[in-house]
Design a protein around this ligand. Structure first.
Ligand SMILES: *Cc1c(COP(=O)(O)O)cnc(C)c1O
Length: 356
């Protein structure tokens, strides 16, 4: 594709952080991608420029009315030195789904993927190569028109910033304890639950803080209407293995359609397992546990890939799952997805895109 992308290299490259002390989202690379939208010109002025602060008007519309949406994906350094992206187009398609819901203009996904490839190529020296480390990629769009008044903004910016991140499980996979949130809700059907709208994360902070205070790692969200059905765990999709069958809630508008969720479903079906997407009552989960049929619970998302759940607590009732150990399915999915992402396992579904 003929992409019209200006590249301005930094004249002051930064000192790269120690690979063993990366954690998450703390360091940013030398460059970033930026593109503008105006009513008159549409999306234009695509450029890669030195990473640095933005100037904007205090009246920039997103600061008041929240038209900001984002994405999250990763680039991996394969064992043979290649750089791989994992299903990047899916993220830009989802960005457009978020955009549509928030009255933000869509971008050209092919162009966005090509621009991302150029950006990652330029900052390739920032991709860590220690086991299970990666370069986290954060595309986001926000409304930057100056002025107050609730209506869709007439101008926007799309940025992509890059952050080298450490292994999610430096000490091995450890099951997490989760708290079933029965007061606050994350989303309701008809709302913005299926989007990565910045405001969703602001509204979830209170439950996350409450759960942390009580000693839990994550919040298990119930549906917004009846507080009866399971939706997600923190910022991950959730899976249950009950009596040999793998269950996950269906995508009915309040749940984020995770790329990792989709990858898990595809792999599990490919492995010939019984997989069902259907509403799951929290009561059913506790019942299954009582009958000894709750075999495994895990979350899925780009950051951790798979996060096994070792305990669930609701209204003073605590259950321990699989002896608080990582289950077979969690382990197998984790190894397979990490393997594909790092190029050590066959990429049967054509999920990776080499940056070259
Ligand atoms: C990003 C996100 C997920 C996971 O999506 P992936 O594409 O797998 O990273 C799940 N739930 C919420 C609320 C999210 O924000």
């Amino acid at each position: 594709m003929n992409i019209n992308l200006k590249i301005e290299k930094t004249s002051v490259p930064k000192i790269k952080p120690d690979q063993n002390a990366l954690s998450f989202g703390k360091y940013f690379t030398d460059h970033m991608f930026m593109m503008d939208y105006t009513e008159q010109f549409g999306w234009h002025n695509a450029r890669v420029i030195p990473y640095g602060p933005l100037l904007m008007e205090p009246s920039a519309m997103t600061l008041h009315y929240g038209q900001t949406i984002f994405e999250g994906l990763k680039a991996y350094r394969a064992d043979d030195g290649r750089i791989l992206l994992f299903r990047p187009r899916k993220n830009f398609e989802r960005l457009n789904a978020s955009s549509e819901r928030l009255c933000v203009p869509a971008i050209d996904c092919d162009f966005a993927v090509s621009a991302l490839v150029e950006l990652v190529k330029l900052d390739a020296g920032w991709i860590p190569d220690a086991p299970e480390t990666s370069l986290y990629i954060r595309p986001f769009v926000f409304a930057d028109e100056a002025g107050l008044g609730v209506r869709p903004s007439n101008s926007y910016k799309l940025l992509i910033i890059l952050s080298p991140v450490g292994a999610y499980y430096p000490e091995g996979m450890n099951p997490v304890k989760i708290y079933v949130e029965d007061v606050y809700v994350r989303a309701a059907r008809g709302g913005v639950g299926f989007t990565k709208a910045a405001g969703n994360y602001a509204s979830g902070l209170i439950a996350q803080t409450k759960a942390k205070k009580m000693g839990f790692t994550q919040v298990l969200w119930l549906d917004g209407l009846e507080r009866k059905y399971v939706e997600e765990v923190g910022t991950m999709n959730i899976f249950f293995k009950i009596d040999g069958e793998i269950l996950t809630p269906p995508l009915l508008g309040s749940i984020l359609p995770g790329v990792t969720r989709d990858s898990c479903l595809t792999l599990l079906r490919d492995w010939g397992m019984k997989v069902t997407e259907r509403p799951i009552e929290i009561a059913e989960v506790f019942d299954a546990h009582e009958k000894g049929l709750l075999e495994e619970v895990f979350g899925s998302g780009t950051a951790a890939v798979i996060s096994p759940v070792g305990g669930i607590s609701m209204a003073g009732r605590d259950v321990v799952i699989n002896n608080n150990e990582t289950g077979d399915i969690s382990r197998r999915l984790y190894d397979e997805i990490i393997g594909i992402q790092h190029g050590t396992r066959p990429d049967k579904f054509g999920w990776t895109l080499e940056v070259k």
